[in-house]
Write a protein that binds this ligand. Structure first.
Ligand SMILES: Nc1ncnc2c1ncn2[C@@H]1O[C@H](COP(=O)(O)OP(=O)(O)O)[C@@H](O)[C@H]1O
Ligand SMILES: [Mg+2]
Length: 395
């Protein structure tokens, strides 16, 4: 009897101990990396009197952790985020008929098609042969986000038994590229779609997931239905505090500074930078807003707008350093005012509130950026809420 009671407790304790050990290991790896980094910094500043921190002392090494939704995954059973051990039960491909090619990404070819059981129009994302793990991750994430506001729902996943080609099936969105759409959208509609996008981003983060590839091409808007979907979960990842991630994510023009200076412990705020770039592109009629030709040039393009003072403050705070090539390339620079980027024709949409909103998104320091929730509370969106209220009141 005693044994029966003791057993589940024992296995619970074992699980907790294992989890604790895993976390401790992660912390130790992190500290080792930080030590190496410190040594590298030391060597670098010894060998280079022109050190990158512009006279700032390296005061402390601070670990970056998400300000919100930090322990979402830690509070879930392991199966909910463990895509590595996730077995996919591929379905029969013959249910779908391809109509025509409609898109192409880095990792897939996308076709419109028909579900012959229902006659529904679908999109078939045929995955290029990539690592099995990446496919497991994309499916696991889409399943975790199922039913989320403005998240493209995954209808099915199928495998051709002969070619072994894997495909994901989604509902077809009759979309217009947001960069074209913006030319005939009213100010109100831009705010509306940005708010819809933030709903999707906040939902994603609330489920412990970082999208890691927010950009115009990964958004589908069906303007006739006033519906927006966030697409492409191929680079998305589960967030765990103290975990070091791959910095080779996101499309170059939407990459935040932390990726460009090899900060491995980034978090959800990565998406808020990319969102900020997308927003800047729309309201300032300049997409991509930071049009770097390679990763170092991308950082330079950012510095030319945000200046060097805040860059060095960010690097010093987290004990990060620039590569030698980067420090040679980056010269001291003042932060520009956002107003100088507003084209005459855009004065009606790049309002003071829009600029204030943008300024609070595009910050070097990830902890200074608005979170998706905070962004939704910004006064830029007040007009949507007041119109909603007046509609409700009139009902
Ligand atoms: N459900 C959909 N409805 C309409 N177009 C889509 C849909 N899903 C994807 N697309 C189009 O296909 C392109 C590539 O799909 P995406 O999921 O982004 O794949 P990749 O990972 O290869 O970039 C998208 O940029 C978009 O234009
Ligand atoms: Mg894509």
């Amino acid at each position: 009897m005693n044994e029966l009671i003791a057993d589940p407790l024992h296995s619970l304790n074992k699980e907790q101990t294992e989890q604790r050990e895993e976390k401790e290991q992660e912390r130790q790896i992190y500290h080792q990396q930080q030590l190496q980094l410190q040594q590298q910094q030391q060597q670098y500043s010894n060998s280079n009197s022109n050190n990158n921190s512009n006279g700032f002392e390296q005061k402390r090494i601070l670990k970056n952790v998400a300000r919100v939704y930090r322990d979402v995954n830690e509070n879930q059973p392991k199966e909910s985020y463990d895509y590595e051990n996730y077995r996919i039960n591929w379905k029969d491909v013959s249910r779908y008929e391809i109509i025509q090619k409609i898109g192409r990404g880095k990792y897939s070819e996308v076709f419109s098609g028909i579900d012959i059981n229902t006659d529904d129009e679908v999109v078939i994302k045929v995955l290029k042969p990539v690592q099995k793990l990446k496919i497991q991750r994309e499916i696991k994430i889409l399943e975790s986000l199922d039913g989320g506001t403005n998240i493209i729902p995954l209808l099915d996943y199928v495998k051709d038994p002969l070619s072994k080609v894997c495909s994901l099936v989604f509902p077809f969105v009759n979309k217009t590229d947001i960069r074209e759409l913006v030319n005939y959208l009213e100010d109100y509609d831009i705010r509306y779609y940005m708010f819809e996008l933030l709903k999707a981003i906040d939902y994603t983060h609330s489920k412990g997931i970082i999208h890691r590839d927010i950009k115009p091409l990964n958004i589908a808007i069906d303007h006739s239905k006033r519906k927006l979907f966030l697409l492409d979960w191929g680079l998305a990842e589960f967030y765990h505090p103290f975990k070091n991630y791959n910095v080779r994510v996101a499309s170059r023009h939407y990459k935040p500074p932390e990726l460009l200076v090899n900060m491995y412990d980034y978090d959800y705020s990565l998406d808020m930078w990319s969102f900020g770039c997308l927003f800047a592109g729309l309201i300032l009629d300049r997409d991509p807003f930071f049009a770097g030709e390679n990763n170092n040039n991308q950082l330079l393009k950012i510095v030319k707008v945000l200046g060097t003072d805040d860059l060095y403050k960010f690097l010093d705070k987290f004990g990060l350093s620039l590569t030698e090539e980067q420090s040679q390339m980056i010269k001291p620079r003042q932060k520009s005012s956002w107003e100088r980027f507003i084209p005459y024709e855009n004065e009606d949409i790049a309002t003071p509130d829009a600029i204030d909103f943008l300024d609070k998104l595009l910050r070097y320091d990830p902890t200074e950026r608005l979170t998706a929730k905070e962004a939704m509370e910004h006064k830029y969106f007040d007009v949507l809420k007041s119109r909603d209220n007046s509609i409700n009141l009139n009902k």
